[in-house]
Write a protein that binds this ligand. Structure first.
Ligand code: ATP
Length: 368
């Protein structure tokens, strides 16, 4: 869908921002560009909608060379979201979102109706539409930025650190929201971030850049985590890359057995056989538990097995009814196998279906 073919960008002051970039970004996928400050991510992004033109090489969107297209027209056909939302301060939120449809000649009523629909899509109330941008929180403003970028239903969405200025909790919500939207809309998204966790969570593919505008590796998250091509990528992914890989893998294949019958720890269940707590038969104390479904991540399972007094994880079906328990050893064994398989194939054996608190499960699956 978007192709970079030996693209080079050198600014007039002599800075090489992008060096010999060849990269294909698949249609309908989220490609995340990561790398340290100044490595050319934003320049790469802005060459797609001709806010910056390459010095040499070719960029094609939908098979057409961007340089053959009128820059203003091209920009209207590509959604663009930036960190400071870029909203017009003196226009209401609704009119901000209606901007591009109006420019495209939709007529005021249709453009506003579309804007109202989009505010709802990104989780904002009709009341928010009547306000001015400064009357919204940072997170809400970013939602408006996303709604505005989607207004003309562009096939391509460019997002430059869109959630960089909001606090971590709101950031996670916005990531979830984006993944939910993406499930529905299937846009081709190019997303720039400094944050590797965000990249793993959002990306179908992650492109790692290094200073001087050189692409070092582009791969699906599991492959990148399991097989970084060099020390630079490994360092960038951080010491926790094994854990991140576990957050991409589900519990589904881990064996389960019957809940313990007798012994010190027994499972307290409600009348519908939904697990309530671990019960210590010696002290009569109950320890709360988090029962896990097949779609939860191995990382969540490891966390739970460490928290659970007997090292067992209670497994439930989609309705929350007990299906069995898994041991910490079995989870460990599966984690090792998952790591080896990802290293071999580049794919996590199966991706989780829902994030747990603080476990960094990928929200693209959370939307499922
Ligand atoms: N208009 C410009 N003129 C000259 N140099 C520029 C210009 N824009 C960017 N650069 C330089 O090009 C290099 C790449 O910048 P770019 O903004 O693409 O990096 P980045 O990876 O997005 O950085 P950050 O993460 O800090 O936003 C940097 O060295 C930057 O200083």
């Amino acid at each position: 869908m978007i192709q970079f073919d030996t693209v080079h960008k050198r600014f007039p002051n002599g800075t090489t921002a992008v060096d010999d970039l060849s990269l294909d970004l698949p249609e309908g996928g989220v490609t995340v560009l990561v790398g340290s400050s100044g490595c050319g991510k934003t320049t790469t992004l802005r060459m797609i909608n001709r806010m910056v033109d390459p010095t040499s090489g070719t960029i094609r969107v939908g098979g057409r060379d961007v340089l053959d297209q009128d820059a203003a027209e091209l920009r209207r056909s590509i959604g663009y979201v930036i960190q400071q939302s870029g909203l017009f301060p003196h226009r209401t939120v609704l009119d901000n979102v209606a901007t591009v449809p109006l420019l495209l000649g939709w007529g005021r009523r249709k453009a506003r109706a579309r804007a109202a629909e989009l505010l709802d899509t990104v989780g904002l109330s009709p009341d928010a539409g009547k306000r001015y941008p400064h009357q919204l929180s940072g997170g809400q403003q970013q939602r408006v930025g996303v709604a505005r970028a989607l207004a003309a239903d562009p096939p391509v969405l460019l997002m430059d650190e869109p959630f960089g200025a909001v606090d971590p909790v709101v950031r996670t919500q916005l990531q979830d929201e984006l993944l939910r939207l993406q499930e529905e809309l299937g846009k081709t998204i190019v997303f720039v971030t400094h944050d590797i966790d965000e990249a793993v969570r959002l990306g179908d593919r992650i492109a790692v850049f290094r200073t001087g505008g050189r692409l070092v590796q582009c791969a699906p998250p599991a492959e990148l985590l399991a097989r970084p091509v060099d020390d630079f990528v490994a360092d960038f992914l951080g010491a926790e890359r094994g854990l991140k890989l576990l957050s991409l893998t589900t519990l589904a294949g881990v064996p389960q057995g019957p809940a313990p019958d007798g012994g010190r720890w027994t499972l307290a269940l409600d009348s519908a056989r939904k697990p309530l707590a671990w019960h210590d038969t010696e002290t009569n104390v109950r320890t709360p538990l988090r029962a896990l479904r097949d779609g939860d991540s191995l990382l969540a399972a490891l966390n739970e097995s460490i928290a659970a007094p007997g090292g067992l994880v209670a497994r439930v079906d989609s309705t929350g009814v007990l299906t069995g328990v898994s041991s910490r050893d079995d989870i460990h064994t599966h984690a090792g196998a998952a790591h080896a398989q990802a290293a071999l194939t580049g794919n996590a054996p199966s991706a989780p279906t829902g994030p747990g608190p603080g476990e960094g499960a990928p929200a693209k699956d959370a939307a499922a």
